[in-house]
Design a protein around this ligand. Structure first.
Ligand code: AMP
Length: 283
């Protein structure tokens, strides 16, 4: 039976009880509106840890003034049902005042990894992410925390934060879970109209196009990026970025002489989607 807690003290008590039973503890931070991508993280956490805490918190500090905080999908009852089926032990669903009590003034400012791409399009986003993740890690005190590669830059920022700030835990990255047409599952897919949802397959197609061209020997980064942009724009997307980067530093690559992360962010209608993949040149 899942325990639903809304306070820091409540979640700490649950974790302390599990620790007394000798169980290891995993945390899966989410913003709710749970889908199979989230569930895959919970399954990975369950395979490694005896006690799995899933946080559900739409974190206001990682949304900018023009972002979608107000309309972000929320479905706590549905989420609890899914968590129960997935075998999570605790759902931690705090109110904003619990996480950011009156008088809060400290935050975590990530470094260079957070500057480009999402960091540039969404100023302050990664400061909000790093701060809330640091707080959740300190509240729950897990042995491991699970994040999706879907938000690849976020995963890198959190790995770096854990290292730089000496969090004594393992940060585990999990593969992107996709729909049958290749679109990465995302709570934001709910915003798409039927027509936009059909067009959204252009994102995985753009990523597959890069993989195919690379397998065929293409190493010209500018050409690969232009082809992605073309695929996305033809389907009606406005492209924020479509780039090949160093998988560790996220700095742009001049030539494809080693494995690269392909990062994409694009907008259609009122929806902004992100995705990524790894490409490795042959030989
Ligand atoms: P969110 O609720 O969007 O903040 O996501 C919570 C966690 O789930 C983050 O670590 C995401 O990277 C991860 N996640 C979201 N979508 C997917 C997906 N399609 N596949 C794998 N992980 C995902």
């Amino acid at each position: 039976m899942i325990q639903i807690v809304t306070t820091k003290g409540g979640v700490r008590d649950c974790v302390a009880t599990a620790r007394r039973r000798g169980e290891s503890v995993a945390l899966v931070p989410t913003m709710g509106a749970l889908h199979d991508g989230h569930i895959s993280l919970i399954e990975a956490a369950r395979a490694a840890a005896g006690f799995v805490v899933v946080s559900i918190f739409v974190n206001p500090t990682q949304f900018g003034a023009n972002d979608d905080f107000d309309r972000y999908p929320r479905d706590l009852d549905g989420d609890i049902g899914r968590l129960e089926l997935a075998g999570a032990n605790v759902a931690f669903a705090p109110e904003p005042g619990q996480v950011y009590p009156e008088g809060t003034q400290t935050s975590v400012v990530p470094g260079k990894l957070a500057e480009r791409w999402e960091g540039e399009v969404r100023p302050g986003h990664f400061e909000g992410v790093a701060t809330v993740v640091a707080k959740l890690l300190n509240i729950v005190g897990p042995d491991a925390a699970y994040f999706g590669e879907k938000d690849y830059q976020q995963l890198r920022v959190i790995e770096q934060m854990a290292r730089d700030l000496d969090f004594a835990l393992e940060v585990v990255g999990c593969p992107v879970i996709r729909d049958s047409d290749g679109l990465a599952l995302s709570s934001r897919n709910e915003y798409l109209t039927e027509d936009e949802r059909r067009r959204a397959a252009a994102i995985p197609h753009a990523l597959e196009g890069v993989a195919d061209a690379v397998s065929a020997g293409e190493t010209d980064v500018a050409k690969l990026e232009a082809a992605m942009r073309g695929t996305l724009e033809t389907s009606g997307f406005a492209v924020d970025y479509a780039v090949l980067v160093d998988p560790a530093t996220l700095e742009p690559l001049e030539a494809l002489t080693r494995p690269a992360r392909v990062l994409v962010a694009a907008r259609i209608g009122r929806t902004r989607l992100i995705d990524n993949s790894l490409v490795t040149p042959p030989g």
